[in-house]
Write a protein that binds this ligand. Structure first.
Ligand SMILES: [Zn+2]
Length: 482
Protein backbone atom coordinates (compact mmCIF):
# COMPACT_ATOMS: atom_id res chain seq x y z
CA UNK A 1 0.00 0.00 0.00
CA UNK A 2 1.54 3.29 -1.11
CA UNK A 3 0.85 6.73 0.37
CA UNK A 4 0.34 8.24 -3.06
CA UNK A 5 0.42 7.11 -6.66
CA UNK A 6 0.59 9.33 -9.71
CA UNK A 7 -0.84 7.18 -12.44
CA UNK A 8 -0.07 7.17 -16.14
CA UNK A 9 2.03 10.32 -16.10
CA UNK A 10 4.39 11.38 -18.84
CA UNK A 11 7.60 11.52 -16.84
CA UNK A 12 10.26 14.09 -17.77
CA UNK A 13 12.73 12.92 -15.17
CA UNK A 14 15.16 15.86 -14.95
CA UNK A 15 18.18 14.06 -16.42
CA UNK A 16 17.56 15.54 -19.87
CA UNK A 17 16.63 12.06 -21.14
CA UNK A 18 13.50 11.41 -23.19
CA UNK A 19 10.08 11.35 -21.57
CA UNK A 20 8.33 8.07 -20.77
CA UNK A 21 4.91 6.92 -19.53
CA UNK A 22 4.82 5.59 -15.96
CA UNK A 23 2.99 5.32 -12.70
CA UNK A 24 5.07 6.76 -9.86
CA UNK A 25 4.50 5.37 -6.34
CA UNK A 26 5.37 7.31 -3.17
CA UNK A 27 5.80 6.13 0.40
CA UNK A 28 7.34 7.94 3.41
CA UNK A 29 8.40 11.06 1.45
CA UNK A 30 10.18 9.11 -1.27
CA UNK A 31 9.60 7.70 -4.73
CA UNK A 32 9.70 3.95 -4.10
CA UNK A 33 8.55 2.54 -7.42
CA UNK A 34 8.42 3.74 -11.01
CA UNK A 35 6.34 1.40 -13.15
CA UNK A 36 7.12 2.12 -16.79
CA UNK A 37 4.09 1.82 -19.03
CA UNK A 38 1.78 2.90 -16.19
CA UNK A 39 -0.90 0.96 -14.33
CA UNK A 40 -2.87 1.18 -11.08
CA UNK A 41 -1.56 0.17 -7.65
CA UNK A 42 -3.10 0.07 -4.16
CA UNK A 43 -2.61 3.46 -2.56
CA UNK A 44 -4.06 5.85 0.05
CA UNK A 45 -4.60 8.37 -2.72
CA UNK A 46 -4.15 8.47 -6.46
CA UNK A 47 -3.71 11.30 -8.92
CA UNK A 48 -4.73 10.52 -12.49
CA UNK A 49 -2.01 12.19 -14.54
CA UNK A 50 -3.18 11.12 -17.99
CA UNK A 51 -1.88 13.67 -20.51
CA UNK A 52 0.17 15.59 -17.94
CA UNK A 53 3.93 15.97 -17.51
CA UNK A 54 5.41 14.82 -14.18
CA UNK A 55 8.77 16.49 -13.50
CA UNK A 56 10.99 16.94 -10.45
CA UNK A 57 10.04 20.04 -8.42
CA UNK A 58 11.86 23.07 -9.81
CA UNK A 59 14.93 24.40 -8.00
CA UNK A 60 15.12 28.20 -7.97
CA UNK A 61 18.88 28.74 -7.67
CA UNK A 62 18.76 32.53 -7.31
CA UNK A 63 16.31 34.12 -4.88
CA UNK A 64 16.01 36.87 -2.31
CA UNK A 65 13.45 34.84 -0.34
CA UNK A 66 15.51 34.81 2.90
CA UNK A 67 12.86 36.72 4.86
CA UNK A 68 9.88 35.57 2.78
CA UNK A 69 10.55 32.01 4.02
CA UNK A 70 9.78 33.31 7.52
CA UNK A 71 7.22 36.06 6.82
CA UNK A 72 5.24 34.24 4.09
CA UNK A 73 5.97 30.56 4.68
CA UNK A 74 3.26 29.49 2.21
CA UNK A 75 5.63 30.75 -0.51
CA UNK A 76 2.80 30.77 -3.03
CA UNK A 77 4.81 32.92 -5.45
CA UNK A 78 7.14 29.91 -5.72
CA UNK A 79 4.94 26.84 -5.31
CA UNK A 80 2.45 28.21 -7.88
CA UNK A 81 5.27 27.93 -10.43
CA UNK A 82 6.19 24.35 -9.46
CA UNK A 83 9.23 25.39 -7.40
CA UNK A 84 9.98 23.10 -4.42
CA UNK A 85 13.49 24.30 -3.44
CA UNK A 86 14.98 27.81 -3.22
CA UNK A 87 18.52 29.03 -2.69
CA UNK A 88 18.65 32.27 -0.67
CA UNK A 89 21.34 34.77 0.33
CA UNK A 90 22.30 35.98 -3.15
CA UNK A 91 24.06 39.10 -4.43
CA UNK A 92 25.95 39.71 -1.19
CA UNK A 93 22.75 40.07 0.87
CA UNK A 94 21.92 37.65 3.69
CA UNK A 95 20.07 38.32 6.95
CA UNK A 96 22.83 36.49 8.87
CA UNK A 97 25.45 36.61 10.32
CA UNK A 98 24.52 40.26 10.94
CA UNK A 99 25.99 42.21 13.85
CA UNK A 100 23.18 43.86 15.83
CA UNK A 101 25.24 47.08 15.87
CA UNK A 102 25.79 47.29 12.11
CA UNK A 103 24.29 50.12 10.11
CA UNK A 104 21.89 48.99 7.41
CA UNK A 105 22.35 51.23 4.37
CA UNK A 106 19.37 52.20 2.21
CA UNK A 107 20.50 49.90 -0.59
CA UNK A 108 20.04 46.94 1.73
CA UNK A 109 16.27 47.33 1.55
CA UNK A 110 15.98 44.82 -1.30
CA UNK A 111 16.41 42.21 1.45
CA UNK A 112 15.47 43.67 4.83
CA UNK A 113 12.44 45.84 5.57
CA UNK A 114 13.16 46.12 9.28
CA UNK A 115 16.08 45.80 11.65
CA UNK A 116 14.34 42.96 13.47
CA UNK A 117 14.79 40.74 10.43
CA UNK A 118 18.52 40.26 10.90
CA UNK A 119 20.18 37.45 12.85
CA UNK A 120 23.49 37.51 14.65
CA UNK A 121 24.36 33.93 13.76
CA UNK A 122 23.50 31.89 10.70
CA UNK A 123 22.29 29.10 13.00
CA UNK A 124 19.70 31.56 14.45
CA UNK A 125 18.46 32.38 10.96
CA UNK A 126 18.12 28.70 9.99
CA UNK A 127 16.29 28.04 13.26
CA UNK A 128 13.83 30.89 12.54
CA UNK A 129 13.14 29.45 9.09
CA UNK A 130 12.67 25.98 10.55
CA UNK A 131 10.17 27.37 13.09
CA UNK A 132 8.26 29.13 10.30
CA UNK A 133 7.79 25.76 8.51
CA UNK A 134 7.99 27.01 4.93
CA UNK A 135 6.39 25.06 2.09
CA UNK A 136 9.61 24.71 0.14
CA UNK A 137 13.11 23.37 0.81
CA UNK A 138 15.90 25.90 1.21
CA UNK A 139 19.67 26.39 1.18
CA UNK A 140 21.42 29.60 2.20
CA UNK A 141 24.53 31.54 1.23
CA UNK A 142 26.36 34.07 3.37
CA UNK A 143 26.37 37.58 1.88
CA UNK A 144 29.75 39.25 1.45
CA UNK A 145 28.12 42.68 1.99
CA UNK A 146 26.54 41.39 5.21
CA UNK A 147 29.98 40.32 6.46
CA UNK A 148 31.46 43.72 5.55
CA UNK A 149 28.68 45.66 7.29
CA UNK A 150 29.10 43.48 10.40
CA UNK A 151 32.86 43.73 10.66
CA UNK A 152 33.97 47.06 9.11
CA UNK A 153 33.38 50.54 10.52
CA UNK A 154 33.49 51.93 6.97
CA UNK A 155 32.66 49.81 3.91
CA UNK A 156 33.95 52.42 1.45
CA UNK A 157 37.43 50.89 1.37
CA UNK A 158 39.04 47.44 1.04
CA UNK A 159 39.04 45.34 4.20
CA UNK A 160 42.23 45.08 6.27
CA UNK A 161 43.85 41.72 7.07
CA UNK A 162 42.25 41.80 10.52
CA UNK A 163 38.82 42.50 9.09
CA UNK A 164 39.22 39.74 6.50
CA UNK A 165 40.14 37.30 9.29
CA UNK A 166 37.03 38.33 11.25
CA UNK A 167 34.81 37.93 8.19
CA UNK A 168 36.37 34.52 7.50
CA UNK A 169 35.57 33.42 11.05
CA UNK A 170 31.93 34.46 10.63
CA UNK A 171 31.79 32.68 7.27
CA UNK A 172 33.22 29.45 8.67
CA UNK A 173 30.89 29.59 11.69
CA UNK A 174 27.95 30.04 9.28
CA UNK A 175 29.08 27.14 7.14
CA UNK A 176 29.35 24.96 10.21
CA UNK A 177 25.72 25.88 10.89
CA UNK A 178 24.66 24.90 7.35
CA UNK A 179 25.43 27.77 4.94
CA UNK A 180 26.62 26.52 1.55
CA UNK A 181 29.03 29.28 0.57
CA UNK A 182 29.59 32.97 -0.06
CA UNK A 183 27.65 35.30 -2.33
CA UNK A 184 28.87 38.66 -3.52
CA UNK A 185 27.20 41.74 -5.01
CA UNK A 186 30.25 43.69 -6.10
CA UNK A 187 28.17 46.20 -8.07
CA UNK A 188 26.47 47.39 -4.86
CA UNK A 189 27.87 50.24 -2.78
CA UNK A 190 28.56 48.07 0.29
CA UNK A 191 31.00 45.93 -1.71
CA UNK A 192 32.17 48.15 -4.57
CA UNK A 193 35.33 49.13 -2.73
CA UNK A 194 36.33 45.58 -1.79
CA UNK A 195 39.39 44.32 -3.63
CA UNK A 196 39.94 40.97 -5.34
CA UNK A 197 42.34 39.86 -2.63
CA UNK A 198 39.63 40.23 0.04
CA UNK A 199 37.36 37.87 -1.89
CA UNK A 200 40.12 35.35 -2.60
CA UNK A 201 41.02 35.20 1.09
CA UNK A 202 37.38 34.73 2.12
CA UNK A 203 36.88 32.00 -0.47
CA UNK A 204 40.05 30.26 0.68
CA UNK A 205 38.55 30.05 4.16
CA UNK A 206 35.74 27.89 2.80
CA UNK A 207 37.54 25.92 0.09
CA UNK A 208 37.99 22.82 2.23
CA UNK A 209 34.35 23.02 3.34
CA UNK A 210 32.78 22.55 -0.07
CA UNK A 211 31.83 26.23 -0.31
CA UNK A 212 30.51 27.88 -3.46
CA UNK A 213 31.38 31.39 -4.60
CA UNK A 214 28.20 32.80 -6.17
CA UNK A 215 28.73 36.23 -7.65
CA UNK A 216 26.85 39.23 -8.93
CA UNK A 217 29.98 40.51 -10.68
CA UNK A 218 31.44 43.98 -10.21
CA UNK A 219 29.99 45.38 -13.40
CA UNK A 220 27.34 44.05 -15.79
CA UNK A 221 27.61 46.92 -18.27
CA UNK A 222 30.84 48.50 -19.63
CA UNK A 223 33.13 46.52 -17.32
CA UNK A 224 31.38 43.16 -17.69
CA UNK A 225 34.34 41.26 -19.16
CA UNK A 226 36.67 42.47 -16.39
CA UNK A 227 34.05 41.42 -13.85
CA UNK A 228 33.98 37.91 -15.34
CA UNK A 229 37.78 37.71 -15.30
CA UNK A 230 37.87 38.77 -11.66
CA UNK A 231 35.35 36.07 -10.66
CA UNK A 232 37.32 33.41 -12.56
CA UNK A 233 40.52 34.46 -10.79
CA UNK A 234 38.84 34.32 -7.38
CA UNK A 235 37.60 30.79 -8.08
CA UNK A 236 40.96 29.66 -9.42
CA UNK A 237 43.13 31.17 -6.69
CA UNK A 238 40.88 29.95 -3.86
CA UNK A 239 40.00 26.64 -5.54
CA UNK A 240 36.22 27.04 -5.18
CA UNK A 241 33.42 26.61 -7.75
CA UNK A 242 32.14 29.88 -9.22
CA UNK A 243 28.48 30.46 -10.07
CA UNK A 244 27.79 33.59 -12.14
CA UNK A 245 24.52 35.17 -11.03
CA UNK A 246 21.94 36.44 -13.57
CA UNK A 247 24.54 36.66 -16.33
CA UNK A 248 23.76 39.59 -18.62
CA UNK A 249 25.09 42.53 -20.67
CA UNK A 250 23.44 45.85 -19.85
CA UNK A 251 23.07 49.01 -22.00
CA UNK A 252 22.62 49.07 -25.81
CA UNK A 253 26.29 49.49 -26.66
CA UNK A 254 27.19 46.35 -24.67
CA UNK A 255 24.65 44.07 -26.31
CA UNK A 256 26.42 41.03 -27.75
CA UNK A 257 29.16 41.06 -25.08
CA UNK A 258 27.86 37.72 -23.75
CA UNK A 259 29.49 36.12 -26.83
CA UNK A 260 32.87 37.06 -25.36
CA UNK A 261 32.02 36.40 -21.73
CA UNK A 262 30.71 32.90 -22.48
CA UNK A 263 33.85 32.09 -24.50
CA UNK A 264 35.98 33.19 -21.54
CA UNK A 265 33.87 31.20 -19.11
CA UNK A 266 33.96 28.15 -21.35
CA UNK A 267 37.72 28.26 -21.77
CA UNK A 268 38.12 28.51 -17.98
CA UNK A 269 35.69 25.64 -17.47
CA UNK A 270 38.34 23.19 -18.64
CA UNK A 271 40.26 23.92 -15.45
CA UNK A 272 37.79 25.13 -12.84
CA UNK A 273 34.24 24.34 -11.78
CA UNK A 274 31.73 26.89 -13.07
CA UNK A 275 28.03 27.42 -13.64
CA UNK A 276 25.66 30.30 -14.40
CA UNK A 277 22.10 31.33 -13.76
CA UNK A 278 19.74 33.45 -15.81
CA UNK A 279 16.19 34.78 -15.66
CA UNK A 280 14.16 34.77 -18.87
CA UNK A 281 13.45 38.50 -19.25
CA UNK A 282 15.11 41.45 -21.01
CA UNK A 283 14.74 43.77 -18.05
CA UNK A 284 16.21 43.69 -14.56
CA UNK A 285 15.11 44.91 -11.15
CA UNK A 286 16.88 46.26 -8.09
CA UNK A 287 16.94 49.31 -5.85
CA UNK A 288 16.66 52.74 -7.49
CA UNK A 289 19.80 54.88 -7.25
CA UNK A 290 21.04 58.01 -9.05
CA UNK A 291 23.93 56.04 -10.54
CA UNK A 292 21.58 53.46 -12.07
CA UNK A 293 19.17 56.15 -13.29
CA UNK A 294 22.03 57.86 -15.12
CA UNK A 295 22.74 54.77 -17.25
CA UNK A 296 19.65 55.73 -19.26
CA UNK A 297 17.11 53.30 -20.71
CA UNK A 298 13.46 52.93 -19.77
CA UNK A 299 13.00 52.77 -15.96
CA UNK A 300 9.74 51.90 -14.18
CA UNK A 301 9.19 52.42 -10.43
CA UNK A 302 8.50 49.13 -8.58
CA UNK A 303 8.42 50.50 -5.02
CA UNK A 304 8.79 53.87 -3.29
CA UNK A 305 8.46 54.30 0.46
CA UNK A 306 7.72 58.07 0.46
CA UNK A 307 5.75 58.14 -2.82
CA UNK A 308 3.84 54.86 -3.27
CA UNK A 309 1.50 56.66 -5.70
CA UNK A 310 4.35 56.71 -8.26
CA UNK A 311 4.65 52.90 -8.41
CA UNK A 312 4.08 51.67 -11.97
CA UNK A 313 5.03 55.00 -13.57
CA UNK A 314 8.23 55.51 -15.56
CA UNK A 315 10.99 57.62 -14.04
CA UNK A 316 10.55 60.01 -16.95
CA UNK A 317 6.85 60.48 -16.11
CA UNK A 318 7.65 60.97 -12.41
CA UNK A 319 10.23 63.66 -13.26
CA UNK A 320 7.60 65.46 -15.37
CA UNK A 321 4.97 65.22 -12.63
CA UNK A 322 7.40 66.54 -10.02
CA UNK A 323 8.77 69.10 -12.45
CA UNK A 324 12.39 68.18 -11.77
CA UNK A 325 15.29 66.26 -13.31
CA UNK A 326 15.24 62.43 -13.27
CA UNK A 327 18.17 62.45 -10.82
CA UNK A 328 16.24 64.71 -8.43
CA UNK A 329 13.16 62.52 -8.85
CA UNK A 330 15.27 59.55 -7.70
CA UNK A 331 16.14 61.44 -4.50
CA UNK A 332 12.47 62.13 -3.81
CA UNK A 333 11.40 58.53 -4.53
CA UNK A 334 14.13 56.84 -2.44
CA UNK A 335 14.14 54.39 -0.76
CA UNK A 336 12.73 52.83 -3.91
CA UNK A 337 13.03 49.96 -6.35
CA UNK A 338 12.74 49.93 -10.13
CA UNK A 339 12.68 47.87 -13.32
CA UNK A 340 15.47 48.63 -15.82
CA UNK A 341 14.99 47.87 -19.53
CA UNK A 342 18.61 47.43 -20.59
CA UNK A 343 19.14 43.94 -22.02
CA UNK A 344 18.80 42.33 -25.45
CA UNK A 345 16.78 39.23 -26.27
CA UNK A 346 19.77 37.77 -28.17
CA UNK A 347 21.96 37.94 -25.07
CA UNK A 348 19.27 36.40 -22.87
CA UNK A 349 18.85 33.48 -25.29
CA UNK A 350 22.62 33.05 -25.73
CA UNK A 351 23.12 32.78 -21.97
CA UNK A 352 20.15 30.42 -21.67
CA UNK A 353 21.67 28.09 -24.28
CA UNK A 354 25.07 27.84 -22.59
CA UNK A 355 25.36 24.24 -21.31
CA UNK A 356 26.04 25.15 -17.66
CA UNK A 357 23.22 27.68 -17.31
CA UNK A 358 20.53 27.08 -14.69
CA UNK A 359 17.32 29.05 -14.11
CA UNK A 360 17.00 31.47 -11.19
CA UNK A 361 14.17 33.95 -10.67
CA UNK A 362 15.99 36.70 -8.74
CA UNK A 363 12.55 37.95 -7.64
CA UNK A 364 12.18 40.56 -4.89
CA UNK A 365 9.30 39.33 -2.72
CA UNK A 366 8.51 42.62 -0.93
CA UNK A 367 8.26 45.03 -3.86
CA UNK A 368 4.84 46.64 -4.29
CA UNK A 369 4.97 45.97 -8.04
CA UNK A 370 7.72 43.37 -8.27
CA UNK A 371 9.47 42.31 -11.44
CA UNK A 372 7.17 39.61 -12.88
CA UNK A 373 10.05 37.12 -12.64
CA UNK A 374 9.05 36.64 -8.97
CA UNK A 375 5.80 34.91 -9.99
CA UNK A 376 6.51 33.85 -13.58
CA UNK A 377 10.08 32.73 -14.26
CA UNK A 378 9.73 28.95 -14.50
CA UNK A 379 6.42 28.75 -16.44
CA UNK A 380 7.77 31.49 -18.73
CA UNK A 381 10.73 29.27 -19.68
CA UNK A 382 8.31 26.40 -20.37
CA UNK A 383 5.98 28.53 -22.49
CA UNK A 384 8.02 31.24 -24.18
CA UNK A 385 11.35 29.38 -24.51
CA UNK A 386 10.05 25.84 -25.13
CA UNK A 387 6.74 26.31 -26.98
CA UNK A 388 6.98 29.73 -28.64
CA UNK A 389 10.71 30.17 -29.35
CA UNK A 390 12.30 26.72 -29.17
CA UNK A 391 15.43 27.58 -27.22
CA UNK A 392 15.06 24.31 -25.29
CA UNK A 393 13.26 21.00 -25.72
CA UNK A 394 10.93 20.36 -22.78
CA UNK A 395 13.35 17.71 -21.49
CA UNK A 396 16.28 20.14 -21.59
CA UNK A 397 14.34 22.97 -19.94
CA UNK A 398 13.30 20.67 -17.10
CA UNK A 399 16.89 19.45 -16.74
CA UNK A 400 18.16 23.02 -16.32
CA UNK A 401 15.55 23.63 -13.61
CA UNK A 402 16.08 20.35 -11.73
CA UNK A 403 18.79 17.77 -12.50
CA UNK A 404 21.45 20.34 -13.41
CA UNK A 405 21.16 22.51 -10.27
CA UNK A 406 20.90 19.37 -8.14
CA UNK A 407 24.21 18.20 -9.65
CA UNK A 408 25.91 21.60 -9.45
CA UNK A 409 24.94 22.14 -5.80
CA UNK A 410 25.29 18.48 -4.83
CA UNK A 411 21.75 18.03 -3.49
CA UNK A 412 21.32 14.48 -2.29
CA UNK A 413 18.34 12.53 -3.69
CA UNK A 414 16.63 15.56 -5.26
CA UNK A 415 16.25 17.01 -8.72
CA UNK A 416 15.61 13.75 -10.60
CA UNK A 417 12.62 11.44 -10.63
CA UNK A 418 14.18 8.13 -9.63
CA UNK A 419 13.45 5.36 -7.16
CA UNK A 420 14.91 6.28 -3.75
CA UNK A 421 14.73 10.05 -4.36
CA UNK A 422 12.52 12.45 -2.42
CA UNK A 423 9.11 12.97 -4.01
CA UNK A 424 9.55 16.69 -4.80
CA UNK A 425 7.50 16.88 -7.99
CA UNK A 426 5.39 19.08 -10.22
CA UNK A 427 2.57 18.00 -12.51
CA UNK A 428 1.77 20.33 -15.42
CA UNK A 429 0.19 20.59 -18.83
CA UNK A 430 2.80 20.89 -21.55
CA UNK A 431 0.39 22.79 -23.81
CA UNK A 432 -1.13 25.11 -21.21
CA UNK A 433 1.68 25.98 -18.82
CA UNK A 434 2.42 29.72 -19.04
CA UNK A 435 3.38 32.70 -16.93
CA UNK A 436 0.69 35.34 -16.56
CA UNK A 437 2.61 37.86 -14.46
CA UNK A 438 3.46 41.00 -16.41
CA UNK A 439 5.04 44.33 -15.52
CA UNK A 440 1.48 45.73 -15.10
CA UNK A 441 0.03 42.71 -13.28
CA UNK A 442 3.12 41.21 -11.65
CA UNK A 443 1.41 39.02 -9.05
CA UNK A 444 -0.77 36.97 -11.39
CA UNK A 445 -0.24 33.26 -10.84
CA UNK A 446 0.84 31.07 -13.72
CA UNK A 447 -1.52 28.67 -15.44
CA UNK A 448 -1.16 25.02 -16.38
CA UNK A 449 0.46 23.84 -13.12
CA UNK A 450 -1.84 20.99 -11.99
CA UNK A 451 -0.20 19.90 -8.72
CA UNK A 452 2.98 20.30 -6.68
CA UNK A 453 4.41 17.85 -4.15
CA UNK A 454 7.12 18.48 -1.55
CA UNK A 455 8.31 15.14 -0.16
CA UNK A 456 5.11 13.59 -1.50
CA UNK A 457 2.78 16.11 0.21
CA UNK A 458 1.01 19.20 -1.10
CA UNK A 459 2.88 22.46 -0.28
CA UNK A 460 0.09 23.41 2.17
CA UNK A 461 1.44 20.75 4.54
CA UNK A 462 4.68 22.71 4.91
CA UNK A 463 7.19 19.91 4.63
CA UNK A 464 10.06 22.14 3.40
CA UNK A 465 13.47 21.25 4.83
CA UNK A 466 16.92 22.76 5.13
CA UNK A 467 18.97 20.87 2.51
CA UNK A 468 22.62 19.97 2.53
CA UNK A 469 24.93 20.63 -0.35
CA UNK A 470 28.13 18.93 -1.38
CA UNK A 471 29.62 19.81 -4.71
CA UNK A 472 30.93 16.84 -6.59
CA UNK A 473 30.88 18.32 -10.07
CA UNK A 474 34.21 17.93 -11.82
CA UNK A 475 35.32 20.82 -14.01
CA UNK A 476 34.42 20.20 -17.63
CA UNK A 477 34.38 22.53 -20.64
CA UNK A 478 31.52 22.11 -23.08
CA UNK A 479 31.85 20.89 -26.68
CA UNK A 480 29.65 23.53 -28.28
CA UNK A 481 29.63 26.68 -26.14
CA UNK A 482 28.27 29.52 -28.28
ZN1 LIG B 1 22.22 40.38 -8.20
Amino acid sequence: MYDLTISNATVVDGTGGERYLATVCIKDEKIVRIERGGGAFPSQSDVDAQGLILAPGFIDVHTHDDIALIANPDMVCKTSQGITTVIVGLCGYSPAPFSPNADIPAEYDILLQSHSQRFERFADYLEAVKQAKPSVNYLGLVGHSTLRLSVMDDVNRPATDREIAKMADLLVDSMNAGAIGLSSGLAYSMAQKSDTRELIELCKAMSDRNGFYVTHIRNEADGMIDGVKEALKIGRDADVPVIFSHHKAMCDHNHGTTKHSLKLIDAAAAEQTLALDVYPYCYSSTSLTRERALRGGHIVIARSDPMPQMVGKSLCEVAELLNCSEADAVDQLAPAGALYYLMSEDDVQRVMKYPMTMIGSDGLPFDEKPHPRLWGTFPRVLSRYVRDIPVYSLEEAVHRMTGLPSKVFGLKNRGVIAEGNFADMVLFSETEVADQATADQPKKTSKGIAAVFVAGKPPSEHQGKSLESRHVLPCAGSDNPV
